[in-house]
Design a protein around this ligand. Structure first.
Ligand code: 9UX
Length: 72
């Protein structure tokens, strides 16, 4: 079973920013898909909830240098 979250990502200013967030999310063990929309400040992430917690996604984005909030 997989689940998904939409996440606001703020602070990205160029496609290199959004590409780095996307690549880093995809490299999390248990993440199946990740797409980051630069202009919308939004990431979509599909993952196995047994392996990945919401906080992992938030912390990973913040480690890359941006602010992240999981949308309800
Ligand atoms: Mo997007 Mo760049 O930051 O140094 S503005 S990668």
């Amino acid at each position: 079973p997989t689940t998904w979250r939409k996440v606001t990502v703020t602070g990205m200013t160029c496609t290199a920013c959004s590409n780095s967030v996307e690549t880093t999310l995809k490299n999390i063990n248990g993440v199946l898909r990740a797409s980051v929309a630069l202009l919308q400040n939004l990431a979509d992430v599909v993952f196995y909830p047994t392996l990945v917690k919401d906080e992992d996604i938030k912390n990973t984005i913040e480690d890359v240098g941006f602010e992240a909030e999981i949308l309800p």
